[in-house]
Design a binder for this molecule. Structure first.
Ligand code: NAD
Length: 385
């Protein structure tokens, strides 16, 4: 297949692009390198020494039969360039990672709120519009988040995107199917909820083939592919804005820094390893099933209460745990029961968090600990205005 990976220079995009390329697909990465620019803006950088996109691709193309091509393009702005590239490449599939993906960053101030809103909504609308306009049978695979459901609901198994519903209208009952009510907890999550409506609209109006992957918190660093050469190393965010919780805990434990638990730590979150992220993208791209609606899959492999996660790492490393005031406005005592039903059906083999995997990640953090800036560890962004 010819596959365009939007946002292929990022954490999930890079790992997935390499997996697709190694599996024999022709991969084209589109990225405006905005994530690297935000590193400069925040004066923070990946714990791992990631190479420039040009160097990464040069090395990959030397060691792999299939070559990856890179185009620097802003998907939210450069619509003419995007159109001509899609016409030239004629992709079968477009995988869309190209959004501002940090909830804390989206809440720093009005500027970051507006940037997140405009960047994320416009990247989606531009790509959907072009797929509809060019009338090509292109499968769009989008990375959404489990956060669109909100983390604050029942003890019953979370459905994948839709509920079977009975609508009570006066004395009549209408049996129907509805999108799970959106319940975003940050501007970032709100853009992903808005994305869902864009998908429903473009599917209904123009019959587009769309898969929306509601992904959990990703952890880990490297994949089989990024380990093939030091210059292919994946990004590792540990700072308070972009670092995701499990990777932050592991890095903190490796540096003997007390784990930063926000609030009570009773929050339950969904998780997935970066290798499984790449697996899911491949499985979604190869999905041959008929699409008569937007396909929504919950892309997680397990859930953890954050304080239990911290204790798990403490047991292995003897690190301290420190509670900090929660910068978010959220229910800290949520329940969440979720499984990757659809992806398992497509063939996903879940990777579960084990002591050995934690030890591997601790080793990565220790190896690059000299690059860490301890001042960047604490979360600074606040939900309160
Ligand atoms: N990392 C996680 O834990 C996680 C969890 C759930 C969902 N997701 C979703 O997965 C996707 C990828 O996440 P990630 O962690 O790899 O993020 P990332 O920030 O590392 O990567 C995103 C990439 O997209 C690029 N990009 C952003 N806006 C763009 C634009 N307008 N034009 C071109 N390129 C643009 C960035 O430069 C970056 O390389 C995001 O949509 C995110 O919401 C991530």
């Amino acid at each position: 297949m010819r596959i365009i990976v939007l946002g292929g220079d990022g954490f999930c995009g890079w790992a997935s692009a390499l997996r697709l390329s190694r599996k024999g697909h022709d991969v084209y990465i589109f990225d405006n390198l905005s994530r690297r620019k935000i590193d400069k803006e925040l004066n923070a950088s990946s714990l791992t020494p990631i190479k420039s996109i040009y160097q990464r691709i040069k090395v990959w193309n030397k060691i792999n039969k299939k070559k990856i091509k890179f185009y620097k393009i802003d998907i939210s702005k450069e619509i003419l360039k995007l159109e001509s590239l899609i016409k030239k490449i004629r992709p079968d599939t477009i995988v869309h990672f190209a959004e501002q993906r940090s909830a804390p960053y989206s809440m720093i101030n009005l500027k970051t709120r507006n940037y997140t809103l405009s960047n994320n909504i416009l990247t989606n609308n531009n790509i959907l519009y072009l797929i509809a306009k060019l009338k090509r049978n292109i499968h769009l695979i989008h990375l959404g988040t489990m956060g669109v459901y909100g983390y604050d609901f029942s003890k019953f198994l979370l459905p994948e995107g839709y509920y079977k519903a009975k609508l009570f209208i006066k004395k009549n009952i209408i049996n129907t199917k509805i999108l799970h009510p959106a319940n975003p907890g940050s501007i970032y999550h709100l853009t992903k909820a808005q994305d869902e409506l864009l998908f429903q609209f473009y599917q209904k109006m123009y019959g587009l083939k769309i898969t929306d992957l509601h992904q959990g918190v990703v952890w880990g660093t490297n994949t089989k592919e990024t380990l093939l050469h030091p210059d292919l190393i994946n990004r590792y965010d540990y700072d308070g804005d972009y670092g995701t919780v499990l990777n932050r805990f592991i890095m903190q434990a490796a540096l003997n820094y007390p784990l930063t638990l926000h609030g009570s730590g009773n929050q339950v979150r969904p998780f997935i390893n970066i290798n499984n992220t790449a697996d899911c993208i491949l499985l979604a791209a190869q999905n041959k099933k008929k699409f008569n609606e937007v396909k929504i899959f919950n892309q997680l492999t397990e859930t953890f209460r954050l304080k239990n996660l911290a204790k798990k790492i403490q047991k292995l490393t003897n690190c301290k745990i420190m509670h900090h005031k929660n910068p978010r406005i959220e229910n800290e005592n949520n329940t969440l029961v979720a499984k990757p039903m659809g992806l398992i059906e497509l063939g996903l083999k879940p990777i579960k968090l084990s002591d050995n995997l934690i030890k591997n990640e601790l080793a990565v953090s220790k190896r690059y600990s000299f690059r860490a800036d301890l001042n960047k560890i604490r979360a600074k962004s606040q939900w309160r205005i």
